[in-house]
Design a protein around this ligand. Structure first.
Ligand code: NI
Length: 153
């Protein structure tokens, strides 16, 4: 168990594409454990490996229903749309409104290498999308809807 340093702001690693995990070895298991510790310590609801400087497709999420570990996550279904405030541990103080699907299903591997699917609505759906974006070098600020546009609606 260890707290890792969270990469922030213009750190270039946040813009890189993470590699698929081919073998779930001790390094990946330690990474998962450290990422959970780091997420809870920072009081976040999700964390992706590039945020701790590791370009691997590994994500942890806890929206208050217990920890979810995702290895090689892929969004396989999405429906609906909700615009809500979103933030990121890597971009402190820069919250903004982002449109995300209301419901998604994510397919991933667990720490034993078993493939599973998990559906999420509202905040959990948002977290799945936000964290998978991180693995592709995409940050929520790329998707923020400007205030002027929100007011027009
Ligand atoms: Ni984030």
């Amino acid at each position: 168990m260890a707290i890792r340093n969270i990469r922030k702001d213009n750190d270039e690693i946040l813009r890189k594409i993470s590699k698929k995990v081919e073998v779930i070895d001790d390094r990946i298991l330690t990474l998962l454990d450290d990422m959970k510790d780091t997420m809870y310590e920072a009081k976040g609801v999700g964390l992706a490996a590039p945020q701790v400087g590791v370009l691997r497709r590994v994500v942890v999420i806890d929206v208050g229903e217990g920890p979810i570990e995702l290895i090689n996550p892929v969004i396989v279904f999405e429906s609906g749309k909700i615009i809500d405030e979103e933030g990121c541990l890597s971009l402190p103080g820069r919250d903004g409104a982002v449109a995300r699907p209301e419901k998604v299903i994510v397919r991933a591997q667990d720490r034993n290498g078993k493939t599973f699917e998990k559906s999420g609505t509202d905040l959990l759906a948002r977290a799945f999308c936000h964290e998978v974006d991180h693995l592709n070098g995409i940050l929520f600020i790329d998707k923020v809807i400007p205030q002027e546009q929100l007011e027009k609606k």
